[in-house]
Every structure is written in structure tokens, then in C-alpha cells.
Design a protein around this ligand. Sequence first.
Ligand SMILES: [Zn+2]
Ligand SMILES: [Zn+2]
Length: 427
Amino acid sequence: MTEHIYLKRLFQAYYQEEQNEIPSVSSFNLREFGFIPWEKKVFMKRHMKFENPRDLRSYLIQDTPRHLYSSGTLYLQPDAREMENKNYQGCDLIIDIDVDHFYTPCKEKHDLWYCKECGAEGTGMPEKCPECNKSKLTKLNWVCDDCLDIAKNEIMKLVYNFLIPDFGISEKDMRIAFSGHRGYHLKVESEELRKLNSDERREIVDYLTGDNISFELLGLTERSNQIFGLLKENLGWSQKIMNKIEKILDQPTEQIETLLLDKFYFGFNSNVVKSFLNYKDDFLKTITEGKRNIWAIEGFGLTMWKNFLRGIVKQIGVELDEPVSIDIHRLIRYPGSLHGKTGFKTQEISLSELEDFKPLDEENEKLDPIVFKSKKNLTHKLEVVAEALPITKIKGVEYGPYKKGEKIEVPHHIAVFLLCKEVAKTI
Ligand SMILES: [Zn+2]
Ligand SMILES: [Zn+2]
């Protein structure tokens, strides 16, 4: 608890010093605000409003919450307690990409679990204990350059493969932010999209993820023992799939083989892969010439082709957190605020800055989420309270791994991170 008092004071000092850096959001006084305080027993305080950013900044300095959120939704009475009294005016389209919700290979290294039932431990993200099958796992999710790169790549896919070409959304209507922990979110502020109801948002989500896609509707069919495939000239998913197939088939054979054997995408057995590779040049010729769409690979019937296409779709579709986009009353992290589970800043980035943006090692000070990096080389002595800690790599320097009870001395920004994560205490 003393850690929380300490962190709250740090956050407070930050907001005091940097208050002019905390941006406004559009339609500011129509947004609902929500906070999670440092005091353990209080959940989120919602249904708050501020007339202007100045009032919000004073609140942050005075009350200094652990987390700060605002709505994607616009209301005439954002502070009304009941949704039906808020006078709903529309909601921005929000897309949340968070590696909490999908697999990344680096989790095998840095996400730890410990079974309270049988004492087994390991890495990765199992649903339940592989030893005793119980689901009472204590999990520790970590963050690294790799998973944040993957999350960033999902945002790039979203913008360049979908929002711009298929939805005609212009860059000026997009607000992109690093969440301050394990992902990014993107907000589209357009009058057109604000009108959409939840069902229409669900359709957009389905389109972006490629879930529930019907290959039959895209043209896949079997007639007199021949498979007719998709065509590139059909815009939308058909074209995306065909372009992706071409790109994959253009790679060296070993790379194609590895991909087709990859359990996450295709999971084909080696015989199937062998047959595919034997016919791949003919297949590539068929689809690049685009004259006929008869797909012929020995052993590939309709089911096998569907499995193949599903693997392709998995690579194109965006890994987004669906409920966030569908729910029209969601709150999302406020830009410029601090994330209470890391001490990192929720950082807005423009589309042109995104490609080079490195949240854990950003050189441009204006975009750097690691705000507690001490210029005076201040360090702290801590004791590890979690069962184990994976390597933490921030600003290009590695700390750990550590074991429970270990006493460590780390720079200020690492100490803030570990204390926010509640895996260490001050000594
Ligand atoms: Zn167990
Ligand atoms: Zn990672």
C-alpha cells in the first residue's frame, strides 16, 4: 500500500509538471470520463464530465487517479448516471489491439504462470494447468519489443489494408495511440461512422477480422470434379486473399513449407505440403494470369482449399478486441495520461510517426512513453514479491530475470514499472 501512495505522488508530480502536455480530445465536453483510483477497494468511477481540459488537468493534479479514461461516445449529458438519460449523440469507431487477446511467440519467453493447486509453473499462455488441469493459475503478463511490434503491425494492417482502401477513411480522421502497456488503439472520428449502431459495428468487426467469411460467397465452388477458386478482380476480401497468396508463393520454397506446416495458420501435414509444393508453380501461374480460376493441386478438395484459405485469412485479418468496437458505451484510455499498471504514458502518434515508433525505446522525447526515465541516474532498492520475473528490457537495457525474495537495485523508471506491476516492493 505504501507503494501506491508513493506512485500516486509520482503521478501527481508528473501531471503538475506536464499539465500543458495533456492533450484535449474533440468534442471534449460531450465525453464521459472515468477513473480508477489508487485506493484498492474502489472500482471505476464513471459518469463524470468536464467542461474543458483545464478542469480535467486540475482534477488530475488534485485527485490523481491510477487510470484515466474517456468515452468514444458523445452525449449531451455525459454525467447522467443512467445510459438512457445521457442523450446519446453518436460514437467514434474504436479499434483496440491488445496482445493480451492473441498469441505471440515471445509470450513463451516472458509470460509466466504458476499453478496454485499443484505448484507447477511455466511460460506461455495456457488456459489451465497442463499438470493438474485446474484453472487456478496465477499469470504474469509481460511486455517486450517483439509483441509491441506485432501489435503495431496489426494497426498498420488495419489502416493500410482496410480503413483507407475499403472504407475510404482519411488520415485526418484517425487518432492512434499506444495504450501504455500491451497494445494500441485507433479511433475514427467521422460523422458518418458515429451514426452506426452496435449491429453495424459488429459487421465491420467481422469484415476486419475475416471471421465468419464465406468462401462460397467469394466464388469458391466445385463443379464436375473441378475446383473453381477466387478471382483477383473482385475487390475486397477476394482481392486481398489473392494478393496474399501471390506474395506467399513468390517466397523461397523453404519459407512456404515452414508457413504451411505452422500450426497457428495452416497446420498441414507433410504429405499435403509436399503435394502443394509440387504444384505451386502451376498454381501461381494460374492465378497471376488470372484467365481461368480452376485450382488444381493433387489431394486438394473443397475442404482442403477452405483450410488453406482460412490460413490465408488469418494472416490478413486484424487481431482486434471485438467487444471494444461493438460496445457504444466504452471508455478508452485518455491520451497523455499515465497507465497505472506500468507508469508509461498513453501516447498519441500520427500515422506517419507510427512506423518508426518504438514505445520501449523511443528517441523522440515528445513521443516517449517512458516518462520516468531519470536524468540524474536515480536508483531504487526493491525486493521481488512475485514468484519470478522475466527479463525486462526498456531503453535497450535488460534487467532480470529475478526470483521471489531477490533484492535488486534498478533505475527509477524500472522501479516505477515494477512497482506499478505490483511485482516488487520498496525496501
Ligand atoms: Zn496444476
Ligand atoms: Zn513480447
